[in-house]
Design a protein around this ligand. Structure first.
Ligand code: FAD
Ligand code: SF4
Length: 491
């Protein structure tokens, strides 16, 4: 146990973000010198608040099964080397989760029953940032090669975790990615102000040194690549599909065809490229515009923070569901992850959130550009949404961004070519060992789970790697944190 009286002496403390007026002028992370450094002066007593409970529910809250009390104790004792060893034992990429995870571990923390929970995510990011700075993160190349080959299609957190585990187990692994750079949604979806890409590049460098081969700019299953599903199976002993759930949800209401209405994933990748100094021809800009974001989740918040940095005139984020309460509702008791009103860094900076509204139509000007959006108030009753008569109104909109989630993986191309079965939700179906209906073809991450989170993608990538290793060699010592059917803790 860390400090036996830690939680009695110390309150919860988080790092201070840079002033809003400063940070909206750049794309850097919102913490001074990055979050790891910002946390260093306060993190030891924070780790000391951990009570090392008999049954640490934070383990159940974290899909990776991170051994949280152990690394809290090590941090408190100033054993940072021990802490990173323990953290890496369950999480390949704590620098991603430590920045981007919504931390379901914290809403499951036992201290959270009647006090503020331990700042678990902050301890995690402090450990990994310090480990990188101290040279404690080194390549772990395999001692021998199995002679077996694996293709991983998709380079998001699921594909990267599977690739790292399988490479370290001695298999020869190639990761294919259709984008020009590796990283999946962490590369071109998530903005710099949430996670600077240098963290991704540093990890990719480690993976290359371990022996993972990366093939960016190759869309497997496309005519141009010449790499069909059949060829992939012929060339590799096993295949891991980690292609994400990239099919975005649309809103087919009148006026959808007007100029100025885009999917978030048309807007964010361009902004991410431009933020890092690339010339982006015809970039969608929010500068001087009335921006309306449809969808109240993470993607919407990323559009909001990006529009703020572009210099939008106004930003409105619409959400069809009612405004959630600020405290845990009775129906979502500890240790579940409650739906409560949360304020992200982007929400601190600008914008207005409007709840319980639905978009009826988009209105255009004479040139075919969107100029306004007509919305209506809705109530959620008896499990369905009903429009409130007479509540229709217009709000100005020169740029509309859809951030309504993703309906599943893209089916054309590789998925069709391989002929893998889909489940009732249109995701790639798999058995309890992550194998699809096609022998030797596995799946990990959003492609099988549906739109989810980085922490689940890493957990699935690790588990799928264990299943592939067993398929290739008959046994495995790789850890398998979750079955494909695992879901967040629910009431
Ligand atoms: C804007 C945005 C912000 C988000 N913010 C957060 C957050 O803050 N925290 C969090 O936990 N989660 C967040 N998420 C969700 C999270 O990013 C995803 O759950 C996670 O990235 C899924 O990982 P994955 O490896 O399954 O797939 P992805 O990250 O989607 O990667 C799949 C990759 O496969 C590639 N691909 C697809 N088909 C092919 C093919 N045929 N050949 C080659 N490559 C192919 C795609 O180009 C893509 O790069 C966010 C999502 C979005 C869209
Ligand atoms: S990965 Fe997420 S859930 Fe797990 S310990 Fe880190 S912040 Fe908590």
């Amino acid at each position: 146990m860390a400090d036996p009286k830690g939680f009695l002496k110390e309150g919860r403390q988080v790092a201070t973000r840079r002033p809003v007026e400063e940070r909206v002028k750049d794309w850097d992370e919102v913490y001074p010198d990055g979050i790891g450094r910002a946390l260093l002066p306060i993190i030891t007593p924070q780790a000391g608040r951990c009570m090392d409970c008999g049954i640490p529910f934070c383990h159940q809250g974290c899909p990776l099964g991170n051994i949280i009390p152990e690394w809290n104790d090590l941090v408190w004792r100033d054993d940072w080397e021990g802490a990173i060893e323990r953290l890496h034992a369950t999480n390949n990429f704590p620098e991603f989760t430590g920045r981007l995870c919504p931390a379901p571990c914290e809403t499951a923390c036992v201290l959270g029953i009647n006090q503020d929970p331990v700042t678990i995510k902050n301890v995690e990011v402090s450990i990994i940032d310090k480990a990188w700075e101290s040279g404690l993160v080194r390549p772990q190349a395999p001692e021998w090669l199995s002679g077996r080959t694996v293709a991983v299609v998709g380079s998001g957190p699921a594909g990267l975790a599977a690739a790292q585990q399988l490479t370290r187990a001695g298999h020869t692994v190639a990761v294919y990615e259709r984008a020009d750079k590796i990283g999946g949604l962490m590369r071109y979806g998530i903005p710099e102000f949430k996670m600077e890409k240098k963290h991704l590049d540093r990890r990719l460098d480690q993976m290359k040194r371990e022996g993972t081969v990366f093939r960016a700019g190759v869309e497997v299953g496309s005519e141009e690549s010449g790499l069909t599903g059949a060829k992939l199976r012929e060339r590799y002993d096993a295949v891991v599909l980690a292609m994400g759930a990239c099919e975005a949800r649309d809103l087919p209401v009148p006026g959808r065809e007007l100029n100025g209405i885009h999917q978030a994933m048309e807007f964010l990748p361009q902004a991410n490229r431009a933020a890092l100094g690339e010339e982006v021809e015809g970039q969608i800009m929010a500068t001087g515009k009335h921006v309306v974001i449809i969808g109240g989740g993470d993607t919407g918040a990323d559009c909001l923070g990006t529009s703020t940095r572009h210099g939008a005139t106004s930003i409105t984020q619409l959400e069809i569901m009612p405004e959630p309460p600020t405290g845990r509702p009775a129906g979502q008791p500890w240790p579940t992850y409650p739906m409560i009103f949360r304020v992200s860094s982007a929400h601190e900076e600008a914008g207005e959130r409007v709840y319980s509204v639905s978009t009826k139509q988009f209105l255009g000007d004479d040139n075919g550009n969107v100029r306004a959006l007509q919305l209506v108030d809705v109530v959620f009753e008896g499990g369905k949404l009903t429009e409130i008569e007479g509540s229709e109104r217009e709000i100005p909109a020169d740029l509309v961004l859809f951030a309504m989630g993703f309906v599943g993986p893209e089916k054309q191309g590789l998925i069709e070519q391989l002929g893998v079965d889909l489940d009732e939700r249109g995701n790639v179906a798999r058995d309890k060992a992550y194998m699809t209906s096609v022998s030797g073809v596995f799946s990990a991450g959003d492609v099988g789970r549906g739109q989810s989170l980085i922490v689940w993608a890493i957990a699935e990538g690790r588990a799928a790697a264990a299943a592939v290793d067993e398929y290739l060699t008959g046994s495995t010592t790789l850890p398998s944190p979750i079955p494909p059917t695992a879901r967040p803790l629910m009431a």
